[in-house]
Design a protein around this ligand. Structure first.
Ligand code: 3PG
Length: 184
């Protein structure tokens, strides 16, 4: 069965954002996080080890949901799909990426920071978004303000989320989960 962004959001409360320097330590960290209850893991494409780390984590952690973060364009989307990523997350949402994500076999969770960006994504059929960088663009206040006009849209706020504020985000009806590096 094909996974949807809704499925990813349903399985996650906090998505650890992993930036990994080598494959072995990535697998080790992934294993530790999974054991602690983090089923959904995001590996950012910010290091040269990322793609191989995704491949290995898929092999070694068959019950986790392993996805790629910092996916900026179609080419990167295709490379993470080839590596076995089960979902892709982007900090932004170009039309080219939205189009590629809508046609892809894995769910893409595009990043938005404004109502217009979310509306643009909605035109391609997206209803789940990353809010990025959440704290810098208005955080909880912004999410509360847009929940009425953007009914049916669900967010995973990321960027500046930490131990002190994550519960405020999770308490919002339009927030399914949060992402962040702090948890690591
Ligand atoms: C991301 O790619 O989602 C962010 O870099 C994570 O943001 P954080 O480091 O502030 O948690």
């Amino acid at each position: 069965m094909t996974l949807t962004a809704k499925d990813i959001f349903a399985r996650a409360t906090i998505i650890p954002v992993m930036t990994v320097d080598n494959v072995e330590s990535a697998v080790e960290l992934g294993r530790k996080l999974y054991k602690q209850g983090f089923e959904v893991l995001e590996v950012t494409l910010r290091t040269s080890a990322a793609i191989h780390a995704i491949e290995e984590m898929r092999r070694e952690l068959p019950h986790a949901l392993v996805g790629a973060g910092t996916v900026l364009n179609d080419e990167q989307l295709q490379s993470v799909i080839a590596a076995g990523a089960q979902f892709a997350i982007s900090p932004g949402a170009t039309d080219a990426l939205l189009k590629a994500g809508a046609a892809a076999d894995i769910p893409l969770i595009p990043g938005v920071a404004t109502v217009s960006e979310a509306m643009n994504g909605m035109q391609y059929g997206y209803t789940e978004f990353k809010l990025f960088p959440a704290e810098a663009v208005g955080g909880v206040k912004l999410l509360k303000a847009i929940s009425a006009p953007l009914a049916d849209i669900t967010f995973c706020p990321t960027g500046g989320i930490n131990e002190a504020n994550y519960k405020d985000y999770l308490a919002l009806p339009n927030v399914a989960c949060v992402g962040g590096s702090w948890i690591i």
